[in-house]
Design a protein. Structure first.
Length: 92
């Protein structure tokens, strides 16, 4: 036996997301909400001329991790941003 397939029995894959749904977390605005404390920064990306950080909040589950503009992150978290970039020197 040889693992050979008849080409006429093959079908094109029309929807690759059918079994692996993937979407980027939706943008999020902090809006100075005191109940949302940033626990950690998971990733960083440059979108146009802006930088966004994927933020994990202390009071929310991982499924609610959100992209937050750098300009929306309070300056009290500057040390957390510095530590993120020390751990990830190639991040934008």
């Amino acid at each position: 036996l040889h693992p050979v397939f008849n080409v006429s029995l093959l079908k094109p894959d029309n929807d690759p997301s059918e079994f692996h749904p993937h979407s980027d977390p939706k943008p999020f605005q902090l809006n100075n909400d005191p109940s949302l404390s940033i626990h950690s920064l998971l990733d960083c990306r440059k979108m146009g001329h802006r930088y966004e950080y994927l933020v994990h909040f202390s009071s929310l589950p991982n499924s609610d991790d959100s992209w937050v503009l750098l300009s929306d992150i309070p300056t009290t978290y500057n040390e957390l941003i510095d530590r993120f970039h020390c751990r990830h020197p190639r991040a934008p």
